[in-house]
Design a protein around this ligand. Structure first.
Ligand code: ATP
Length: 505
């Protein structure tokens, strides 16, 4: 048997399947290839014989239970989008199992690479047993893993496709069962944010085999190795994380977008941005698992502690560095503001909230936006355009927030309309707060240039704030976040950002 496949363990059959009887006698294959009837099993099959789009809560729950059991297996890819499956299955015979919908009904199917294309074979679950359409008369199995084992070891062809190697799901696809919630940290438009812990699977050989075929290029979680809380189970360890629980129910399209976004964001690894570890899209609520910023949000921090001007300057340099990194990866943040600056263990700024980010493009246009207008550049107000240079404008507004110690939102005392008039007007939209260092005041002024082309780049801003720092790694290159990201070439923000915690107010 294929060595990678051999790690596929057996699972117990799913729990309660409603009114249907549980296993009675195990099906035996008859000599003639036919099978004995299962005693006590009803004729009704799960999700069969129902009108299109007719759902039954009992069946839905039973199906959810099945999927909860399957997610224990690395070859089960849950609701992984079809397009993504095609990129994961590289070689002839590569296969995985995933959940999808057929005529509005949830189903489980095997996806297998065959003659350069990926084919999908729905599994049939009938009378408590699993089979496939072309095996329905001959073979049935109590567990999906048994069915897969038979297909692999007996080389049973499915319309010409032969299963060879089970491809494990990528690390950015996290099962809900691997996440434990510890305490609530806050709440945003997206939903609640919790401190949690993430189970990490480190089973030596198997892990290596998985990485060979499925692990994304950057090893994001290992970057936070110091946050490991030690081994709690054999071969497994836990990592403290922040977990965003999404409000409301997600559609299939939203879930797919969510998975793809996490995949892209996971490739972004830098000390001044919050790393996205992955998503848990298989059950409600959808969750996004992030690096935990140990010192919480900057807004609360500056309200709580008497931060000296040097430290505020440090925050501005960290934020410029994080943004320089994002812009070098062609990521437009679109919601840069003090509320989206978090602080890590060394009180270094970590830019968060990529919910509105877009990657791979230098400019995007949106018709409707849910962005607070006080951070918007004139061209965004006029034409709905977002670019790195609109992020630069928002950075200047964020500088204003930092040097007012985040006491109010920008344009205090003004209505949104009055703020818009100032943003569109010829004069500087806001003055640097009292006590702003001259270098920061000048940067603000340059970032508020009405012509986006005349605004400085984030790399140039960082160079002005930190003349000794090598910023060449952040010069924009012709690449997107889909290309592998090297962590090593960024200047060490951890070193420069380590500052002592100031005294409490
Ligand atoms: P919105 O999502 O509407 O822009 P927001 O940025 O305030 O609002 P969230 O990003 O959802 O909302 O975060 C809410 C709060 O949760 C933050 O203010 C912060 O205190 C906490 N938080 C969010 N992410 C993390 C994280 N990675 N580490 C530590 N705390 C976090």
């Amino acid at each position: 048997m294929n060595s990678e496949y051999s790690k596929v363990r057996s699972i117990r059959r799913p729990v309660s399947l409603g009114k249907r009887s549980q296993r009675s006698t195990r099906t035996k294959k008859k000599k003639g290839g036919d099978e004995e009837k299962t005693q006590g099993a009803t004729k009704k099959s799960l999700f069969s014989h129902r009108a299109k789009n007719e759902t039954n809560p009992e069946e839905t729950e039973a199906f959810a239970n099945i999927c909860r059991c399957l997610i224990e297996h690395r070859w089960y890819h849950g609701v992984m989008p079809r397009g993504e499956i095609s990129t994961l299955l590289e070689d002839e015979g590569d296969f995985c199992v995933r959940k999808t919908t057929e005529r509005g009904k949830p189903i489980v199917c095997i996806s297998v690479k065959c003659q350069k294309e990926v084919r999908h074979f729905p599994l049939v679950f009938e009378n408590g047993q699993w089979t496939l359409k072309n095996l329905i008369k001959t073979r049935r199995f109590y567990e999906v893993v048994e069915l897969l084992n038979a297909l692999v070891t007996e080389k049973i062809a499915l319309s010409g496709a032969i299963l060879v190697r089970a491809v494990p799901r990528p690390d950015y696809y996290i099962p809900h069962s691997d996440i434990s919630l510890i305490c609530k940290l806050g709440e945003g438009a997206f939903g609640e944010v919790w401190k949690g812990s993430l189970k990490r699977h480190e089973d030596g050989k198997a892990k290596k085999a998985e990485e060979k075929s499925a692990a994304p290029s950057s090893a994001a979680p290992s970057s936070a190795g110091s946050a490991l809380s030690g081994n709690s189970e054999k071969g497994k360890s836990r990592l403290y994380v922040a977990v965003k629980k999404m409000k409301g129910n997600a559609t299939k399209a939203m879930t797919e977008e969510f998975v793809m976004e996490a995949k892209l964001m996971r490739q972004l690894v830098h000390p001044n941005i919050v790393t996205v570890y992955g998503v848990a899209p298989s059950e409600e609520p959808l969750m996004i698992v992030l690096e935990l910023a140990g010192n919480g949000c900057l807004k609360s921090y500056v309200a709580k502690y008497q931060c000296p001007p040097d430290q505020l300057l440090q925050f501005t340099a960290d934020a410029a560095r994080g943004m320089a990194y994002l812009s070098s990866k062609l990521v437009i943040h679109r919601d840069l503001a003090a509320r989206n600056l978090l602080l890590g263990t060394f009180v270094e700024v970590k830019i968060s909230d990529f919910g509105l980010s877009s990657s791979g493009k230098t400019e995007i246009k949106v018709k409707q936006m849910k962005v607070p207008i006080r951070w918007l550049a004139p061209e965004t107000l006029e034409e709905g355009v977002f670019s790195t240079k609109t992020d630069v404008w928002a950075y200047a507004v964020t500088l204003w927030e930092i040097f007012t110690r985040c006491q109010t939102d920008p344009y205090p005392g003004l209505t949104n309309q009055q703020a818009k008039d100032l943003i569109r007007g010829d004069a500087l939209p806001m003055n640097p707060p009292e006590g702003t260092p001259p270098i920061v005041a000048k940067i603000m002024e340059d970032c508020f240039n009405k012509n986006p082309d005349d605004r400085p780049s984030f790399a140039a801003i960082l160079k002005r704030l930190r003349p000794d720092e090598d910023v060449s790694a952040y010069e924009p290159k012709d690449q997107s976040v889909t290309s592998p990201v090297k962590r090593a070439n960024a200047p060490s923000a951890e070193q420069s950002a380590r500052s002592k915690r100031p005294s409490r107010k």
